[in-house]
Design a binder for this molecule. Structure first.
Ligand code: ZN
Length: 302
C-alpha cells in the first residue's frame, strides 16, 4: 500500500448516489467500489441504512457492505440516522458508522424532526449498542450545517464546539465538520477547525466540504493548513447540488487528489486508476453529469 499523508474518504456511493434520481443497479455499485479500492482509496462510505421507502437508492446497503468488506485494507463505512439503522449496519459488518447531527437547530428540526439534544440521545443509544455488539467498530459524527444553514442563516461557532465536546464526552470516536449547504469560506474553516482541535484534540474528524459556491478546494486547503488530515469527497462530484445547477455537491475526489499530489502531499491514490473508476461510475449511471476540472485537462478538452 502506498503511504499517505492524508486520508481521503470517498463518499460518492452514499452522498452522491442518494442525490441522483436514478438508482444505480447493485452490480454496478459493486464494480465501482471495487474500482475505487483498486485506485487506492482506503475508506469508502458505501451506503446508508435508512428505510428503503425514504431512499430507494440505498435499499441494497447490506449487500453492498457484504461485498466491500471483502476488499483488503478497506475501511467500510455507512451512514446511519439512528439505533435501528446502526443495528442493520453492524449486522452487515461495517467497520465504521457515521451519524449526522445538525449544528443548526432549525436544520435538525426540518430534516429529522428532532432537536439537537434528541439527536445526541440517538447517538448515545448507538454508542450503547456498539459497546454491546461490536466494540471494534468506530463511531463518527459529522456535524452538518456547521458553517451555515439555509434555514436559520449563521450557526454560532460556540454552539458547534459545545456540541462536539458533548458528543466526545458521550463516547464518540471522531467528530467532523460538514459544510452541508456549501456556505463555508476558508477563513471560517481555518478558525472552526482550530477551535475544534483545541477542544477535542485527536477526536477532531474529517472535513466534509461542498463545492456549491466553488470554494470546496480552497476550504480543503484551509483545513489542511490547520492540521486536518481527513477529507470527504465524491468521485465526479456525483449528485451535483440541488440548489446550484452546474455546481458539484461534494468536493470532487479527482480534483482533491490532484491538488494534494501536486503539492507533494501523498494521498495513496493513483490518478490513472481513479480515472478508470470514473469510467465505471459513468457506465453505471449513463448520462449523469460528472464534474472535475482536473479531469477536463487530462482529457485534453481544454
Ligand atoms: Zn455532503
Amino acid at each position: 500500500m502506498t503511504p499517505a499523508d492524508v486520508l481521503i474518504s470517498e463518499v460518492g456511493p452514499r452522498d452522491g448516489l442518494q442525490s441522483v434520481k436514478t438508482t444505480m443497479p447493485t452490480p454496478d455499485k459493486l464494480r465501482w467500489i471495487t474500482a475505487l479500492h483498486a485506485a487506492g482509496l482506503r475508506e469508502i462510505e458505501v451506503g446508508s441504512f435508512v428505510p428503503a421507502r425514504l431512499l430507494p437508492q440505498m435499499a441494497d446497503a447490506a449487500e453492498v457492505v457484504h461485498h466491500a468488506i471483502t476488499l483488503p485494507g478497506l475501511r467500510v463505512m455507512a451512514l446511519v440516522p439512528n439505533r435501528r439503522g446502526a443495528e442493520a449496519a453492524l449486522a452487515a459488518g461495517v467497520h465504521k458508522i457515521t451519524l449526522p447531527v445538525s449544528a443548526s437547530e432549525a436544520h435538525s428540526l426540518a430534516n429529522v424532526r428532532k432537536t439537537r439534544g434528541q439527536m445526541v440521545d440517538e447517538v448515545r443509544e448507538v454508542l450503547a449498542l456498539r459497546r454491546e455488539r461490536a466494540p471494534g467498530v468506530s463511531v463518527e459524527v459529522g456535524l452538518s450545517t456547521a458553517f451555515g444553514c439555509t434555514l436559520q442563516g449563521s450557526v454560532p461557532e460556540d454552539e458547534v464546539i459545545r456540541l462536539a465536546a458533548t458528543l466526545v464526552e458521550a463516547g464518540v470516536d471522531e467528530v467532523g465538520l460538514s459544510d452541508t449547504t456549501g456556505m463555508a469560506n476558508p477563513a471560517q474553516v481555518r478558525r472552526l477547525f482550530l477551535r475544534l482541535r483545541a477542544e477535542i484534540g485527536d477526536r477532531a474528524g474529517a472535513a466534509h466540504l461542498h463545492n456549491t459556491r466553488g470554494l470546496g478546494l480552497a476550504n480543503c486547503l484551509a483545513a489542511w493548513d490547520v492540521g486536518v488530515r481527513g477529507f470527504d469527497s465524491s468521485q465526479g462530484g456525483l449528485g451535483g447540488c440541488p440548489y446550484a445547477p452546474g455546481a458539484s455537491g461534494n468536493v470532487v475526489t479527482e480534483d482533491l487528489v490532484h491538488m494534494f499530489e501536486a503539492m507533494g502531499v501523498r494521498t495513496g491514490v493513483d490518478g490513472a486508476a481513479l480515472l478508470a473508476a470514473r469510467a465505471v461510475l459513468q457506465q453505471g449511471l449513463p448520462g449523469e453529469p460528472l464534474y472535475g476540472m482536473s479531469v477536463l485537462v487530462a482529457d485534453g478538452r481544454h
